[in-house]
Design a protein around this ligand. Structure first.
Ligand code: C2E
Ligand code: CA
Ligand code: CA
Length: 571
């Protein structure tokens, strides 16, 4: 779209510069230009303002196009660079393009000018947007977007480094974990927006209260982590905990409403309670849990009270019983693709139908299963039940794939690919129709092994999806190297994207970035038509969410497939 064009002309002839300006004007541009013919002058102009485009003569008495390109390169300014010159031999033109020129135009063939300008401006815009998206995603990989604090992965790495330095220098390192009591109530009664504001304010207050060397992170949900890389004495931890509690004592004012938060604070100290960041996180979690259970605002980790306790053992026995006695059930949530507007597959989601307490959602027992080793029989059950159920829907073309969630634990288990292979063979389920959704946490804990396992699975023909993308740590650097087929944008960004600009731009960036890496991009958590339409215009490939269809048992999935308006994309 022609318009004001900040044009830098590297040219010794005033006349030729004016001819160029005139040609641009005729094309509808409004060039605001400067002419330079030395390196010094060009450097000064580059520093003076932001240019849109550079035109350069090939050779001038005191300067040439190569030197001009070199200068741009040095100053790291990325501008469309078009050589406008009298005859320049083909070989030299090619040389110039190799050196970074985007096009060259002969002075007696100016009709090529405008199309070239238009194209190069567009390309430059694309390059800029891509770069911005990459920066956004890079930030997302290490920071929590809501509070601007480091995220869990980042915190864990900082902790690991601090622990190692602490061991070397014989210093204590403390870690505190904190969550807000009744945060869910705030969310439910005042709405997500207020909940988000509260988290932001809590984060800001914590950050301000701690020393600059201490790290304050948002670990997820209403959970915060605080790391003290150097603590003088064991007793100091109590003082720090008091300070944190005092800091949070005054009410937070959210949209005019004063809110008093109560917290549970758990603390661990390295090397006393462990010398590994994951162990410390786990123990801090236990201490926090202890604080909550006992009604204390603060608890220091106490190995004697670690909940390999009766309650936990009872739950474990119950879960094992559930696996063996058919209390588990899979629900399936349809996934549609934009290209055809039809159903493409479904995600299997686990439910525990507890005879006394009713249906227990997976969030409440998966983590537990992971920590107790029950995850293996659980995953085994999920995959075999799902493969058995869905085989016929795949062979009659009603769906193209079924996706299963796989814990990080399973990806660290060397026997996992073998187990999958056995199940595939036993059920006759085609491997290329099996999709495994893995979260970024798997890479955080053991990158190498996860990559190895994924490579084996991918080699078997299985598709891999990165679930909850945007909430974890895995940077795109990893993803580039991984045998991965799709990324699934976390629902926390999708749910409100039609009203939240920040979310909207994150979603758009992820879509662009995924496509740049050659991956399919799926959005989950699509709750409205508006969101679905927006995703379509952004070029998202597939979608899943309550607006399209809720998770439902197998029989109801069959009904849904037969009657829904998202008729399967047959191929
Ligand atoms: P997930 O993989 O992110 O699954 C998507 C969750 O979002 C599901 O919750 C689904 O019911 C919910 N959801 C779907 N559409 C919408 C929507 O439009 N709006 C909103 N607000 N939510 C939507 P669910 O079934 O409670 O599962 C929770 C998590 O438990 C899953 O998150 C997954 O991480 C885990 N999970 C579920 N089944 C399994 C399993 O078989 N194995 C393992 N390891 N984890 C599982
Ligand atoms: Ca999932
Ligand atoms: Ca997800």
């Amino acid at each position: 779209m022609p318009g004001l064009l900040h044009t830098l002309i590297v040219e010794d002839s005033e006349n030729d510069a004016l001819l160029l300006v005139r040609a641009l004007r005729e094309g509808g541009y409004e060039p605001e230009f400067a002419r330079v013919d030395t390196r010094e002058a060009m450097r000064a102009e580059l520093g003076r303002k932001n240019w849109d485009i550079v035109f350069a003569d090939f050779t001038m008495p005191r300067f040439n196009a190569f030197e001009a390109l070199q200068l741009l390169h040095e100053t790291e300014i990325d501008l469309p660079f078009i050589i406008v010159s009298g005859t320049i031999g083909e070989d030299r033109a090619v040389q110039a393009m190799k050196a970074g020129a985007h096009d060259y135009i002969l002075k007696d063939n100016m009709k090529r000018l405008l199309p070239a300008v238009e194209r190069e401006l567009r390309e430059a815009r694309n390059r800029r947007e891509r770069k911005q998206a990459e920066q956004t995603i890079h930030r997302m990989a290490f920071y929590d977007m809501l509070t601007d604090l480091p995220n869990r992965g980042n915190f864990r790495n900082q902790a690991q480094q601090a622990i190692q330095a602490g061991i070397r220098e014989e210093r204590l390192v403390a870690m505190l974990m904190m969550d807000l009591r009744r945060f869910k109530e705030v969310n439910d009664t005042l709405g997500h927006r207020c909940g988000d504001q509260l988290l932001q304010q809590v984060g800001a207050r914590l950050r301000a209260a701690m020393f600059p060397n201490d790290s304050v992170a948002r670990l997820g949900g209403d959970e915060f982590g605080i790391l003290l890389p150097r603590m003088a004495a064991m007793d100091d931890i109590e003082i720090v905990a008091r300070k944190i509690l005092n800091t949070l004592e005054a009410p937070f004012v959210i949209e005019g409403i004063p809110i008093v938060v109560e917290t549970s604070l758990g603390a661990v100290v390295a090397p006393e309670h462990g010398t590994d960041a994951d162990i410390l996180l786990q123990h801090a979690d236990v201490a926090m849990y202890l604080a909550r259970e006992t009604g204390a605002s603060y608890a220091l980790y106490d190995p004697a009270r670690d909940p390999h306790n009766p309650r936990r053992l009872a739950l474990m026995a119950e879960l094992r019983h559930a696996i063996e006695n058919n209390q588990l059930q899979l629900h399936y949530q349809p996934k549609i693709e934009f290209a055809t507007g039809g159903t493409i597959g479904a995600e299997a989601l686990l439910r525990w139908r507890h005879p006394k307490t009713g249906v227990i959602p997976p969030d409440q027992f998966i983590r537990f299963a992971e920590n107790t080793g029950l995850i293996r029989p659980l995953t085994d059950w999920v995959l075999s039940a799902g493969m058995r159920q869905c085989s016929s829907l795949l062979s009659n073309g009603a769906m193209q794939h079924v996706a299963f969630n796989v814990s990080a634990r399973s990806l660290h288990d060397l026997r996992f690919p073998n187990m999958v292979d056995k199940l595939l063979k036993a059920s006759g389920f085609p491997p290329e129709k099996l999709m495994l959704e893995v979260t970024e946490s798997a890479f955080m804990v053991d990158l190498q092994r996860t990559v190895e396992t994924l490579a084996v699975l991918n080699h078997m023909g299985i598709q891999i999806s990165i679930d909850d993308f945007g909430t974890g740590f895995s940077s795109l650097n990893y993803i580039k190297k991984l045998p991965v087929n799709e990324i699934k944008i976390d629902k926390s960004f999708v749910i409100d994207m039609s009203s939240n600009e920040n979310d909207l731009s994150i979603v758009r960036s992820i879509i662009d970035l995924g496509h740049n890496l050659g991956l399919k991009v799926v959005a989950e958590g699509v709750e409205t038509k508006e969101t679905l339409d927006l995703l379509g215009t952004f070029g998202c490939d597939q979608a899943q969410g309550f607006f399209i269809g809720k998770p439902r048992p197998y029989e109801q999935l069959q009904d849904w497939l037969a009657t829904s308006s998202w008729q399967p994309a047959r191929r």
